[in-house]
Write a protein that binds this ligand. Structure first.
Ligand code: ZN
Length: 279
């Protein structure tokens, strides 16, 4: 079971279309379902109308998801339970470090873990990563990956100072099987994967299969992103957009006689080959 999980921070652009298409084909080629999840746990960054715009683009490209749209904002109880469990295991500590005080990897290097803070004090919650933590992964496209996570960072944020749940925690919980059994997403998130697998382990949750797709860049080599103002995909040329995305995914070019997105996707699904995805 695959999923596409955009944040509601703008319309679908060429890079997010690529992630949607790759995750859909990978799921469908194995006979799996494909869900749409809106990662809306960061209300300050949300842009009104994004969900409708994303849905309209998916529909125009015949990228049809199964079931109802899921919203991370409906899952707060899960994240609260996860924090409770981590807390009970002694995995968490409060931190008040400012950005300038953090190490290069963004971890707390000071003695916050030993300090007591007043309940009224604004703190973030960090999870401790034991020094000997090693995470290994067989990426669906990149092959074997491994991280000496404990040597790279000694802790990371699971609840922000403003009280919001951190992306790493929400993704780790929602992407754990059986809710998701495949997480196919952009390579820009590869760095986050070991943190999420680490959290799943600490929470006793099964990790899904992970696969990281190529990331599209602009002419300056920067990742296409909504924050950088990447333009929305043109819903009036779905065939062109899908063919371009398939090429970026290293997949065979569908025959010219296929003139509608549904038959083009059906053909591409039957030909989907993870080994062709560019590394
Ligand atoms: Zn600190």
């Amino acid at each position: 079971m695959g999923r596409f999980a955009p944040s509601p921070t703008g319309p679908l652009h060429a890079g997010s279309l690529l992630a949607a298409l790759g995750s859909l084909l990978h799921a469908r080629a194995q006979g799996g379902l494909w869900h749409l999840r809106i990662d809306d746990i960061d209300p300050p960054r949300a842009v009104q109308g994004s969900v409708a715009a994303i849905q309209a683009s998916l529909e125009a490209h015949a990228l049809r998801f199964d079931g109802d749209i899921q919203y991370q904002s409906d899952h707060s109880y899960r994240y609260a339970q996860a924090l409770q469990r981590l807390e009970a295991q002694g995995d968490l500590f409060h931190c008040t470090c400012t950005r300038a005080m953090l190490g290069a990897a963004g971890n707390c290097q000071k003695s916050c873990a030993q300090k007591k803070f007043a309940a009224s004090e604004a703190t973030c919650l960090r999870v401790k990563v034991p020094l000997n933590t090693v995470i290994t992964l067989e990426d669906a496209f990149l092959g074997p990956q491994n991280w000496h996570l404990g040597q790279q960072l000694s802790n990371f944020v699971v609840r922000r100072r403003d009280g919001l749940y951190a992306y790493q925690l929400a993704a780790a919980v929602d992407d754990a099987a059986p809710a998701a059994t495949q997480v196919i997403r952009g390579r820009d998130l590869l760095d986050s994967t070991p943190r999420q697998i680490f959290l799943q382990r600490r929470l006793g949750l099964p990790s899904p299969e992970y696969g990281h797709l190529p990331v599209l860049t602009d002419q300056h080599g920067a990742k296409l992103s909504k924050q950088q103002g990447a333009s929305a995909v043109n819903n009036h040329q779905p065939l062109h957009n899908l063919r371009t995305a398939l090429k970026d995914l290293g997949q065979p070019d569908p025959p010219a006689k296929l003139k509608d997105p549904v038959s083009l996707l059906a053909w591409s699904q039957s030909k989907w080959d993870p080994l062709r995805v560019p590394r």
